[in-house]
Design a protein around this ligand. Sequence first.
Ligand SMILES: O=c1[nH]c(=O)c2[nH]c(=O)[nH]c2[nH]1
Length: 302
Amino acid sequence: MPEQFVLKTAKYGKDKVRLLKVYRTPQKQVAVELTVRLMLEGDIETSYTKADNSVVVTTDTCKNTVYYIAKHSQNVDTPELFAQELTQHMLNHYSHIHVAHAEIIKHKWTRILVDGKPHAHSFVRDGDEVQTVHVTQYRKGDRVECKSGISNLLVLKTTGSAFYGYYKDQFTTLPEVWDRIFSTAVDCTWTYNKHSVAAFRNIDFQRVFDGVKKITLETFATDDSASVQATMYLIQTRILELFPEVEETYYSLPNKHYFGVDMSKLAGGIDNTGKNLDVYQPVSDPSGLITATVSRKPKSRL
Ligand SMILES: O=c1[nH]c(=O)c2[nH]c(=O)[nH]c2[nH]1
């Protein structure tokens, strides 16, 4: 190997391992559909630098392991726990693997309501959003890190959003508005501050997920929004206030613009402005993109 080069990072595994797990009881059945990426790091350098395959736990084995753990786990419905069971298995079985990552997308299947009651074994895809999880487990210190999230949660409000008072100079053409459409596709993640395996597995992940989604939707709906930035920060601080086990939140909100259609030259002139504005054109690009990470302040040392 040329002496002047160094292998700086190396990580490999299987991506897009898709599975449906069904838990059956006489009363009802539970369906969980996941897409899994399982990635490994460790003493694997020589497989890259010396064509030494003896250190390679094959990506095919990674795929088999996902199905093996899914077969035996009681926790596939809680992707954080299932992910940690995957990473634990890899660290237990392969002594030269020192870091394992399980990234999971949980697809939405909601029970169909029949006469108002959730059906025992039939489901509908009733939203575009997915639940996301990235668990990283380190052999060193038996440490678990977890980033849970929601992706592609589409929302829109038709009033209760303004944008004015922003910085203006000769490059500014945007008109100020006191009432506009606000629409976005929420992408967010949050991390937990419990890093030992035992403490991690005691977190009520479903409660946090439900709470984050509720805060996101209710704050979006009710905040008299001064900007995407201000509404986003309000959501993030409310999450940190309600869930002490959450250390940090990251939000990424595209500003999906809806502009009023100019009808002044249509059919002799139609007023679609001001109080008469009710026909909009969705403009998919370009779109604003607002992001922020909000975390707890480090505790000051006494
Ligand atoms: O909420 C907003 N934040 C911005 O930073 C911005 N910029 C822009 O053109 N429109 C908006 N809206």
